[in-house]
Design a protein around this ligand. Structure first.
Ligand SMILES: Cc1cc2nc3c(=O)[nH]c(=O)nc-3n(C[C@H](O)[C@H](O)[C@H](O)COP(=O)(O)O)c2cc1C
Length: 272
């Protein structure tokens, strides 16, 4: 079996799939689309050929046309709704002491997996941490990294006001994970060049999806930086062999409701 099939009764030979293919691996030299040499190895399995066909004639071996949900453009948010979502999303730093339901987290991750990935490689792994002791251990290890930088008089300690952060931790407050009930971590093979890019897009998608479900999030920048430099934190994360941390985000139900949208700088745009 070829890596794709065409239902000859449905194909209108309109060439839409050929024009759409990002890898240029289909031709219309014949009555129906045909693969070029080495097409299967070159295919990135993006499914645009299946998605674009208005006749439901194209199926990939990995993606039958019937398995792909139909587009329902009437369900897309209106521009003003999306703009409102983006503008009203906030970095949540005060969380309710309430876990996020696992099915809700699973749904958010199921949305985030549709975020674009370089060459559609879809190599990200997700680690969802909700165990309180482990969250505290991770935050504590990030604080150990800060203590180490302070002791070494590293300029980073001053830039990021680490003495204040360590003092807060010692007062029983968590400046690293904000006592969030959940930490969502992404990881990717260390040899994969686009791990951080794909992860940032996926976590941004997760963050916006979370906002639609009343879940607050915040990028865990301190934890992320600490993991890069502090082996005990990496060990505690215990990612799959050969994988590196590519992103981390706190999540939980916000304790406070925001009443207004804070101002942000105008976009600095050059029009040419
Ligand atoms: C890469 C990155 C790392 C961040 N790390 C942290 C962090 O460790 N702790 C924190 O409280 N906020 C963190 N933030 C949140 C920013 O401070 C926040 O986005 C900014 O203040 C704007 O607020 P807003 O997200 O509510 O619009 C991070 C944001 C980004 C993009």
């Amino acid at each position: 079996m070829s890596f794709f099939t065409i239902d000859a009764n449905k194909c209108a030979a309109d060439g839409l799939c050929v024009a759409e293919c990002p890898m240029g691996i289909l031709t219309m030299d014949h009555k129906t689309p045909a693969p070029v040499e080495h097409a299967e190895e070159l295919c990135i399995n993006c499914g645009h050929c299946v998605a674009v066909c208005p006749h439901g004639a194209f199926s990939l071996k990995t993606m039958a046309t019937e398995a792909c949900a139909p587009m329902e453009p009437e369900l897309l948010p209106a521009p003003e709704v999306f703009r409102r979502l983006v503008r009203s999303r906030r970095s949540t730093r005060v969380y309710k002491n309430k876990p996020i339901e696992q099915e809700k987290l699973a749904r958010l991750l199921d949305t985030a997996r549709y975020a674009p990935t370089a060459k559609n490689t879809q190599q990200l792994g997700w680690l969802v941490i909700s165990r309180k002791e482990l969250l505290e251990e991770l935050a504590g290890k990030a604080v150990d990294w800060m203590r180490d930088l302070i002791a070494k008089k590293d300029p980073l300690a001053t830039t990021y006001r680490m003495p204040r952060l360590v003092a807060r931790w010692e007062e029983g407050r968590d400046p690293v994970l904000r006592s969030a009930p959940c930490l969502v971590v992404t990881h990717a093979p260390e040899t994969y060049r686009y791990g951080m890019v794909d992860s940032t897009i996926a976590l941004t998608t997760f963050e916006l999806a979370a906002a639609t479900e009343g879940v607050g999030t915040c990028w865990a920048g301190f934890l992320f930086s600490a993991a890069a430099f502090w082996p005990p934190l990496r060990e505690a994360l215990n990612l799959p062999a050969g994988h590196v941390l590519t992103g981390a985000m706190m999540a939980g139900y916000p304790k406070n409701a925001y009443q207004r949208i804070p101002l942000r700088n105008e976009a600095q745009v050059s029009w040419r």
